[in-house]
Design a protein around this ligand. Structure first.
Ligand code: ACO
Length: 448
């Protein structure tokens, strides 16, 4: 199989959201802390009728319908998620309801979990399957689904929720350049979920930022090394058109791209201009640890990187800023934003993705874009996803009501024997929602 990659995509995020500016005021944070300090505009969240299972049911059903895919044509289904609803039964098995109805129970794959990285693991599994001897000629399907919620405190504004479905196969408009890949895997306690009775993580915010940037540096070095081995020339930021990052909040994305510019200065890459060399060169002498703590370097590198950021990163930031951290779906939501903003202009472009999951696991990888053929064309993907329409039809909750919703969800997490309000009035037609959890913890869903 040639040009294996993503043939089609769809995104779902809850229509319920809270404005970061309003949340800032409600929390008593200084004005601008969430909007400028974290760089976030708005945050989506699940109400009591939605969860990671309903969102993934919605995303998968919508993708199959809108691209006209017969459910029998799916041979592998993989889910990436870090939102634990059941410690044994995978989210994938819930999704089998869609396929069983059509007589298809011959579907490989289960869930992958490691913080925000599970979706990437699932994607690699599906791509590898299509490229392997085990491939039976059918499509793979990857679903990233998460509801990111934090306890009250500084991390709460970095929540979010979404599900993204991706159809995998050969001759894809979004094709893997599988040789250009670098990973960094290590043991860290930066963000983890040891309390099985709570949906909230334990998080060391500052450590998680440093872990993220260390992983980024290391992945970039590995990717450069592999590129140079294959191509015989140096890789630098000028060899890719767009850089997409896992986006817990936009400020970290700004810092990450600036960090790659600093990497190119230290590597003395040919793409680096005189201004960058002059301004950032003096910091090359810092030890690596010092370089993560140096505020002057952080600020200056963001300034130097700004024009390149505007061209190569900014078009990928819309949904992460508007919806928040979607955990496994976050870096793919950056991709959805890019297709939404640039659909017809993307043919021939190279995109570098950085996927990070705390704990920690990270990979940087490369994709090459082609216009493709209907229904698997970049322009059709942009039309089907209807990002503009989905963002416009949202309902803003005042912060008080958002906090109330999270309180209710705290009680509902791990609970049994309850019925929801079954209120689907805010949901778009076709959306799945939770109706009840019975005395044996079995979950029931309906479709609007
Ligand atoms: N106006 C403008 N900017 C402001 C203001 C203001 N009024 N107040 C603060 N800021 C800036 C700060 O200067 C800082 O920016 P800088 O880093 O460029 O200097 C930024 O806002 C954040 O302020 P902090 O005081 O550093 O924020 P705090 O410690 O309260 O929390 C954090 C931020 C650590 C990111 C927290 O939200 C968190 O723990 N989030 C979850 C962890 C996370 O997402 N980690 C990322 C990788 S792991 C993962 O994806 C889960």
């Amino acid at each position: 199989a040639r040009n294996v990659g993503i043939l089609a995509m769809d995104i779902y995020f809850p229509p319920t959201c809270v404005q970061q500016e309003a949340l800032e005021a409600h929390d008593g944070a200084s004005k601008g802390k969430y909007t400028i300090g974290l760089g976030q505009d708005c945050m989506a969240f699940c109400t009591e009728v939605e969860d990671v299972i309903s969102m993934s049911l919605t995303a998968v059903t919508s993708l199959l319908e809108k691209y006209g895919i017969d459910p029998k044509q799916i041979g592998r289904l993989e889910v990436g998620s870090e939102t634990v609803i059941d410690k044994s039964k995978s989210i994938k098995t819930f999704l089998m309801q869609i396929f069983e109805k059509h007589g298809n129970t011959d579907v490989e794959g289960v869930d992958s979990t490691n913080a925000c990285y599970g979706g990437t693991a699932a994607l690699f599994n599906c791509v590898n399957w299509v490229e392997s001897n085990s491939w039976d000629g059918r499509y793979g399907l990857v679903v990233c689904t998460d509801s990111a919620v934090y306890a009250e405190g500084p991390a709460r504004p970095t929540g979010g929720a979404a599900a993204i479905a991706m159809l995998i196969g050969p001759d894809a408009p979004i094709a893997f350049e599988s040789k250009f890949r670098g990973s960094y895997m290590s043991h860290a306690y930066d963000f983890y979920k040891p309390n099985l009775a709570s949906e909230y993580p334990v998080v060391d915010g500052k450590l998680s930022q440093t872990c993220y940037l260390m992983a980024l540096d290391s992945c970039y070095k590995q990717l450069c090394k592999k590129y140079e081995k294959v191509e015989g020339t140096q890789f630098s930021l000028s060899d890719a058109d767009y850089f997409l990052f896992h986006s817990p909040y936009n400020k970290l994305v700004q810092k990450s791209f600036a960090r790659l510019v600093f990497n190119d200065v230290v590597r003395n890459a040919s793409s680096v201009d005189e201004v960058a060399k002059e301004k950032l060169g003096p910091f090359s002498n810092l030890t690596v640890d010092e370089s993560y703590q140096n505020r002057d370097l952080e600020k200056l590198s963001q300034q130097v990187a700004k024009p390149l950021y505007d061209a190569k990163v900014q078009p990928t930031t819309l949904i992460p800023k508007q919806v928040g951290n979607m955990y496994t779906a976050s870096v793919y939501a950056a991709f959805v934003s890019l297709i939404h903003n640039k659909s017809s202009k993307l043919a021939g472009k190279r995109v570098i993705m950085f996927s990070y999951g705390s704990g920690l696991t990270a990979t940087m990888f490369s994709l090459r874009l082609h216009e493709g053929q209907n229904p698997f064309s970049l322009s059709n993907i942009a039309t089907v996803m209807n990002v503009e329409g989905k963002l416009k039809s949202r309902h803003e909750f005042p912060p008080g009501k958002f906090v109330e919703t999270l309180k209710l969800m705290e009680h509902r997490y791990g609970a049994k024997d309850f019925v929801t309000s079954k209120d689907s009035s805010l949901l778009a037609p076709g959306t799945y929602y939770l109706t009840k959890v019975d005395s044996m913890y079995r979950r029931f869903y309906a479709q609007k």
